[in-house]
Design a protein around this ligand. Structure first.
Ligand code: URP
Ligand code: ZN
Ligand code: ZN
Ligand code: ZN
Length: 467
């Protein structure tokens, strides 16, 4: 959309500043900011004015970890790119980075092409891709260089899920060595999957089939061990490392120690680990299956250490790992055998609000909220300052956020294509009011005004968080 929009009177919050400013948008980009009430601000003229008095004006959220339509455990994550990106917009997120999957025996290119085909023309907001590398071989390693050049600059490997996504230490080391040369960033699912599979087999043999045993066999120590091993392999390769979905306090300790040694290792956690716990996994009548994801939810005492890690910057990013499966017909595949419950939780719509609640609750500051949810994911994955901040030249991905509105989270009112909410009944202070994506209103005063196909593929540069 061409034309100009001015957002007047709000508190503009970025990772570094909070100022009462008017924001001028032109041709989909931020054109200028000026302190509200000053002659410079009064001189802004536009066809469209948004009154943000009493509201926050924040960068659109950057969710660097989603799985729309992911094939898993014989089924598919229930959000398509269309439904999932629309729900993301409702929740104040304007960019996702989803995971394209290489199937074993196939090339990275085939996997990436498949994901492009799923997303293209269907997204309400902008999107990029990471690449899941399931099959490290000479060809794949060469392909990694090409992908980095064309804007897929991060690669996920799995120390878990033997026989599916799993890579052994040698394959991991090779991919890390390659990324040390080509500038790619290895994202690690750090759980010792070989050991976990032994514990799964033993638990099932004892008749321990309920969802809560998913949490018991996927031990915090096995997350910490894998995190430690990944760090050491990255150190040997001379490569940076980003550990995804960190849930165990012992894993945070591994990251903190490595960072104290000056190593370029980074950690991501997710709202489910900050707000939910093994108490949810233990809910009766198979309700616990709604909370089965990997790494698993942990006992409540881990949460304080995750918040601490977010404050001390031992954890840098909060993404959702949005990977929804309906309770009816999908989570139910694991009745009588927790290992058959598809792994993943819905949350792409809830992240910005839950993290605002963390501001209200005093866990983090407002600027840290924007840093962990917008600015750092954009920097980490090579999209800054186009995404993740409000500054002249940036894409006008802007959220008008009402910090005083009250809401109750519910599957009845959410927009994700899944039949339950992991946060059902939770009261939150703060709510998204209006969302612009490249200047175009996607949500207008809590009405969906976007369209599938507005969102475009966003190629990325290499990690910008290293210097
Ligand atoms: O349980 C999860 N996290 N499902 C999505 C796949 C992954 O490992 O991130
Ligand atoms: Zn994972
Ligand atoms: Zn994931
Ligand atoms: Zn459009």
């Amino acid at each position: 959309m061409t034309g100009r929009t001015v957002i007047r009177g709000g508190l503009v919050i970025t990772a570094s500043d909070e100022i009462h400013a008017d924001v001028l948008i032109e041709d989909g980009r931020i054109a200028a900011l000026a302190a509200t009430g000053t002659p410079a601000a009064e001189a802004f003229t536009a066809e469209r004015t948004i009154d943000a008095t009493g509201k926050y004006v924040i960068p659109g959220g950057v969710d660097a970890h989603t799985h729309m339509e992911l094939p898993f455990g014989g089924t598919f994550a229930s959000d398509t790119f269309e439904t999932g990106t629309r729900a993301a917009a409702w929740g104040g997120t304007t960019t996702i980075v989803d995971f394209a999957v290489q199937s074993v025996g196939h090339s990275l290119r085939e996997g990436l092409d498949t994901w492009h085909a799923k997303a293209e023309g269907n997204c309400a907001i902008d999107y990029g891709f990471h690449m899941i590398v399931s099959d490290v071989n000479q060809e794949t390693l060469k392909e990694m260089d090409l992908l980095v050049e064309e804007g897929v600059t991060s690669f996920k490997q799995f120390m878990a899920y033997p026989g599916v996504f799993y890579s052994d230490d040698g394959q991991i080391l090779r991919a890390m060595q390659r990324s040390a040369e080509n500038g790619g960033l290895i994202m690690m699912h750090a759980e010792n999957g070989i050991a976990i599979d032994v514990l799964v087999e033993q638990a099932l043999a004892r008749g321990e089939t309920d969802p809560r045993y998913h949490g018991e066999v996927r031990k915090a120590l096995l997350e910490a061990e894998a995190t430690h091993r990944a760090i050491k392999l990255a150190q040997v390769a001379g490569a940076p490392l980003y550990v995804v979905h960190v849930s165990a306090m012992e894993a945070v300790a591994e990251l903190a120690r490595a960072r104290d040694e000056g190593l370029p290792v980074f950690g991501e956690t997710c709202p489910q680990y900050l707000f939910l716990s093994t108490d949810n996994l233990a809910e009766p009548d198979f309700e616990g299956s709604k909370y089965v994801c990997s790494t698993p939810l942990r006992p409540k005492e881990h949460q304080a250490k995750l918040w601490q890690g977010l404050r001390t910057n031992d954890l840098q990013v909060v993404s959702t790992d949005h990977c929804p499966f309906c309770f009816v017909g999908q989570k139910e595949l694991g009745r009588g055998d927790f290992s058959k419950i598809p792994n993943g939780l819905p949350g792409v719509e809830n992240r910005m609000d839950l993290l605002h609640q963390a501001v209200v609750d005093g866990h983090i500051s407002r600027r840290r909220w924007i840093e962990i949810a917008c600015a750092t994911p954009a920097r980490m994955f090579g999209m800054y300052p186009k995404k993740g901040t409000i500054t002249p030249g940036a894409d006008a991905d802007v959220v008008i956020y009402d910090p005083h509105a009250e809401q109750v989270v519910s599957a009845e009112t959410h927009h994700m294509n899944v039949d339950y909410s992991a946060y059902e009944g939770k009261r939150l202070t703060g709510r998204v009011e209006t969302v612009l994506s490249r200047g175009e209103p996607v949500i207008t005063e809590r009405e969906y005004t976007g369209h599938a196909g507005h969102g475009v593929y966003t190629p990325r540069s290499t990690c910008q968080y290293l210097n």
